[in-house]
Design a protein around this ligand. Structure first.
Ligand SMILES: Cc1cc2nc3c(=O)[nH]c(=O)nc-3n(C[C@H](O)[C@H](O)[C@H](O)COP(=O)(O)O)c2cc1C
Length: 329
């Protein structure tokens, strides 16, 4: 009898657990998400500002741009800048948005528009300090040769030589290598270029021990991992219900970039899942300085490879099993 009803009970249990775990994510999204749009919060406003000025950047980048487009975003940026100036808490994206707005009102088709004059006067009155020698904003020309700089001599060699490594050389990864990989990975695309990331790094044994005691996939190699990262995304950067999975996506992309960045420097990694129970996720946060609004995407083990290593083959499925021709029904 028990054998017969066991699968049903297990399934009911699982359904309830799924509901519980989704509820945890739901509560976190409601509690920490940016949906309240409190523009006095410098972090939240800067994410929002990135979203708005990126709309203008796109408008500036089209070969045949629509001359009447962009004004809504332009006035939105102006409003955000007014809030930043009033609060005297001006962030990176606030400053960039000002530059993009100036580029927009100075377009030949806009410069004589009276709205441009109004915006120009208002910007001056806000006294927003510029980023030093800042040329990196708006849109710029990019040739096919520029694109081709990314071509690898042998892409197969690069991609097929990455393996998850679980046992590393007994040596802490140098800070300069860590920082180089982080900078490279920060070129990862993100929704509206919001870059809602938080990367936490440690090589301290007492901190690694805490992380690994809450992570369920590091036995028996965990205690010898030289460096650990926790990749997170900031819920503050996501404003609408439609975006409720966006932070997982943006965090996943960053994680992969980190792994490839390290790989490009000859440094090995192993992704470690954070499929944690809500109870564990909550408890874990009591011991570490992870911001409550940062959702943990995954843990990353990092280290230099030994001279000789052994890795799992982890064979890939035949491509035909995952690659479909997209057709109309
Ligand atoms: C999100 C994610 C979580 C993972 N979690 C673990 C883990 O907890 N423990 C582990 O040993 N490996 C973990 N892995 C590594 C996978 O087992 C490994 O990537 C997979 O077998 C493919 O092998 P490769 O990375 O060598 O190509 C994880 C990988 C990913 C992408």
């Amino acid at each position: 009898m028990w054998q017969l009803i066991r699968p049903y009970i297990r399934n009911i249990y699982r359904i309830l657990m799924i509901l519980k775990f989704f509820t945890y994510d739901y509560i976190r999204y409601v509690k920490y998400g940016g949906w309240k749009e409190n523009m006095n919060d410098i972090e939240l406003r800067n994410y929002y500002s990135a979203m708005v000025y990126h709309g203008l950047e796109k408008s500036l980048s089209y070969k045949k741009r629509n001359h009447s487009s962009g004004w809504r975003n332009a006035f939105q940026i102006l409003n955000l800048l007014k809030i930043a100036s009033k609060n005297r808490n001006i962030g990176f994206h606030d400053k960039k948005s000002k530059k993009v707005l100036e580029a927009f009102i100075n377009l030949p088709e806009n410069i004589h528009d009276e709205r441009s004059e109004k915006i120009k006067q208002e910007i001056v009155s806000l006294h927003i300090q510029e980023l030093e020698s800042d040329r990196n904003y708006g849109a710029f020309k990019y040739s096919v040769d520029d694109y081709k700089k990314g071509i690898l001599q042998n892409p197969e060699e690069f991609f097929y030589s990455r393996y998850s490594l679980r046992e590393f050389k007994d040596e802490i990864v140098k800070n300069e290598d860590i920082e180089r990989a982080v900078k490279l990975a920060m070129k990862t695309p993100s929704v509206c270029n919001r870059q809602a990331w938080g990367i936490y790094h440690t090589s301290k044994k007492e901190v690694k021990d805490i992380v690994l005691s809450y992570q369920n996939g590091n036995k028996p190699f965990g205690e010898h991992i030289p460096n650990l990262m926790i990749v997170t995304t900031d819920l503050k950067a996501f404003f609408s219900a439609e975006e409720h999975y966006q932070y997982w996506i943006d965090g996943g992309l960053l994680s992969m970039s980190l792994m490839y960045a390290f790989h490009s420097l000859g440094i090995a990694t192993c992704a470690l899942n954070w499929s944690a129970k809500p109870k564990n996720d909550l408890e874990f946060r009591k011991y570490l300085n992870i911001k409550p609004n940062h959702t943990i995407i995954m843990v990353l083990a990092i280290g230099y490879p030994d001279e000789q290593n052994k890795v799992c083959a982890s064979p890939r499925r035949p491509m035909e099993e995952i690659f479909y021709a997209l057709e109309k029904r």
